[in-house]
Design a protein around this ligand. Structure first.
Ligand SMILES: Nc1ncnc2c1ncn2[C@@H]1O[C@H](COP(=O)(O)OP(=O)(O)OP(=O)(O)O)[C@@H](O)[C@H]1O
Ligand SMILES: [Mg+2]
Length: 294
């Protein structure tokens, strides 16, 4: 932890979700975190999906490293499973660290039960996140589509919830379900959790369905006549994203001057502005956190 111990950062923990699969959760998490890292913010992505989408997105071999599974099991300290650029077989953007995932996450509940009768599986992210606070500007939790333990764990440990959607009925249904879960989590488990906003991605502006569904999300999450929780920046549908994923890189590495890359830069700024505009919450988080010096 040497490089991070000098500065105590006001860490914002952002869970990214939508109950439905294949709606852009992982893609947006990886690109937004890289955009923030490019702005000089120190970012960590914790991959909570047994399919290891974020891990693979960065070209990290999924069988080689311990990661979120061992951390949630309490077998490894979070700082011991962080991957950084320069680690063997790892090539990450500057300022971007990853706690990888692997298939073992599938058996997390049984593994926890074997360790102790008293450990609540949903609570196993809380301790590691507490230890990581103060070391990063942003920690992103990339949640899986159909695995309750890591997802509920993320709702319980995060400060913010970022919803991801594509303009299709299926993804929008998932948004409505996730919104219900955010309210439920706020009421029963994590009163600090707040909706950060909704990212709409994969938009083909030539189709009228994309336009209609984007408007629907705008209205569904309207705060007042002018403001909506939907971010103004829309991420277009573009082959540069799957192409970069295929080679285990972000578009900041493959096509840094592309207009979609610029849209992620704009989105990252919008996200940071929204967080900074909520100073009261930041203060609450600050007071509620235990600062751990590396
Ligand atoms: N803006 C975009 N333009 C084109 N394709 C995209 C875009 N965003 C994501 N995709 C593609 O859509 C697919 C699903 O995206 P992604 O893996 O990010 O979704 P997910 O919600 O994390 O899925 P899962 O629930 O399976 O983890 C991927 O093949 C990805 O490359
Ligand atoms: Mg994913």
């Amino acid at each position: 932890m040497e490089e991070r111990s000098a500065v105590v950062r006001s860490t914002q923990v952002i869970a990214v979700g939508n109950q439905k699969g294949g709606v852009g959760k992982t893609t947006n998490t990886c690109q937004i975190a890289t955009a923030l890292a490019e702005m000089g913010r120190l970012c960590l992505i914790i991959d909570l999906d047994m399919n290891a989408g974020a891990t693979r997105h960065f070209g990290i071999p999924t069988k080689s490293f311990m990661g979120s599974f061992e951390m949630m099991l309490g077998e490894e300290e979070p700082e011991d499973v962080i991957l950084r650029n320069g680690d063997a077989d790892v090539e990450l953007p500057e300022n971007l660290h990853v706690i990888p995932a692997r298939r073992d996450l599938e058996g997390l509940d049984q593994a926890i039960a074997k360790h102790s009768k008293f450990v609540v599986p949903h609570d196993t992210l809380i301790g590691p996140i507490r230890k990581l606070r103060g070391h990063y500007d942003y920690i992103f939790l990339d949640t899986p589509p159909n695995a309750p333990t890591p997802t509920i764990g993320a709702y319980k440990a995060a400060d913010w919830f970022l919803l991801a959607a594509m303009p299709n009925r299926f993804a929008i249904e998932g948004l409505e379900e996730a919104l219900t879960d955010i309210r439920d989590a706020q009421q029963h488990a994590n009163p600090r959790l707040r909706l950060l906003g909704v990212v709409v991605a994969g938009v083909d502006s030539r189709t009228s369905i994309a336009k209609r569904l984007t408007e629907y999300v705008q209205n569904l999450f309207a705060v007042d006549d002018k403001t909506s929780a939907k971010f103004k920046t829309i991420i277009p549908h573009s082959t540069v994203l799957p192409q970069a994923q295929e080679v285990g890189k972000t578009i900041f590495q493959t096509v840094p001057r592309h207009h979609v890359t610029d849209q992620f830069r704009a989105l990252a700024k919008e996200i940071e502005q929204r967080i900074q505009a909520a100073p009261k919450l930041a203060k609450e988080i600050e007071e509620g956190r235990e600062v751990v010096h590396g």
